[in-house]
Design a protein around this ligand. Structure first.
Ligand code: GUN
Length: 305
């Protein structure tokens, strides 16, 4: 096994896999005691999903989240609205869910159709039920290092992967590819905090960054979340670095059954030969997003008492 600090290794060695499925399962097991304590007080956590339109990827993601709820004994309900829904109708549904005491968490699956303003939607979800961590109050708390808010699930899951895989973040050079509100920006806010599980020097690269490869080669921890298929090549990775692949990109493949297949933002096999630790994709970040959603929902139910 290689680490960020080792320099001599066999030429044919490969980076250790960070098993997101196993770590997510562990986190879900850790929630069992908290769920039992809630049950003892007569509370079953409730999570409401809202999906607008028929985006195939969103259907899959919400389906996986529903399944995790069912496995843990979290009650969930999915509200499906048509693609042409007016923003005001979605906001009315959210007000109803905000007022429903059985609902502890609300998740509006992104992306939303273009007639609906995401910022208005996420500001309407009660901050106390915002298990996605997208409400401006929770975004602000994250920036301020105030732990009383909810934090977005994907970056929180990545931080958990790093901690549980013993990847040292304090003093590390972290390079994040992508400046989105769901992963890139909150990831940067988390890892630059003055905290033992953060304390990193963080760089965000985006479409206007000059010489992205040079930034990547400096990274002890490289987090790819820009949504470009297999963008990160082996020559962009420092030997021994930790590589986290957030990307889910559909690419055409005439050899595949349905003519396409999913790939990450990292060119996995060649990059693994250079990396110290690397997330597989699938089986890395995805399961962690769901585990952190379950954790946020349990916490929302606890906070409601
Ligand atoms: N779409 C992609 N990732 C996410 C997420 O974490 N939350 C929501 N609500 N939508 C998403």
């Amino acid at each position: 096994m290689r680490s960020n600090t080792l320099t001599s290794e066999a030429p044919d060695s490969v980076g250790t896999l960070i098993d997101g499925r196993a770590i997510a399962a562990q986190i879900q097991r850790e929630l069992a005691g908290r769920l039992a304590a809630l049950k003892g007080r007569g509370v079953v956590p409730g999570l409401a999903f809202v999906r607008v339109g028929e985006d195939p990827a969103s259907k899959v993601y919400v389906g996986r989240k529903e399944k995790a709820c069912a496995e843990l004994g979290i009650s969930s309900a999915t509200h499906v609205l048509p693609d042409q829904t007016h923003e005001s109708d979605l906001l009315a549904l959210l007000q109803k869910l905000n007022a429903d005491a059985r609902v502890h968490g609300i998740l509006v699956q992104a992306p939303l159709p273009k007639q609906i303003r995401e910022s208005v939607v996420y500001s309407t979800v009660s901050p106390q039920k915002d298990v996605d961590g997208f409400h401006p109050v929770n975004v602000g708390k994250l920036m301020l290092g105030d732990p009383t808010g909810f934090q977005p699930c994907t970056p929180a899951g990545i931080r958990e992967l790093l901690v549980r895989s013993r990847v040292k973040t304090s003093g590390a050079e972290v390079v994040i590819l992508g400046r989105g509100n769901i992963v890139g920006k909150p990831m940067a806010a988390m890892l630059c905090q003055k905290d033992k599980n953060a304390n990193a020097t963080v760089t965000i690269c985006h479409s206007a960054t000059r010489d992205i490869a040079a930034h990547c080669r400096r990274a002890d921890i490289l987090i790819a979340a820009m949504g470009v298929a297999e963008f990160v090549k082996a020559g962009m990775v420092k030997p021994g670095a930790t590589v986290i692949d957030v990307g889910v990109n559909r690419v055409s493949d005439p050899k595949a059954k349905n003519g396409s297949r999913l790939v990450g933002d990292v060119d996995f096999a060649p990059v693994r030969k250079v990396a110290g630790q690397i997330t597989p994709n699938p089986g890395g970040v995805g399961p962690m997003t769901i585990a952190m959603l379950m954790q946020n929902t349990v916490r929302a139910a606890e906070m409601s008492l």
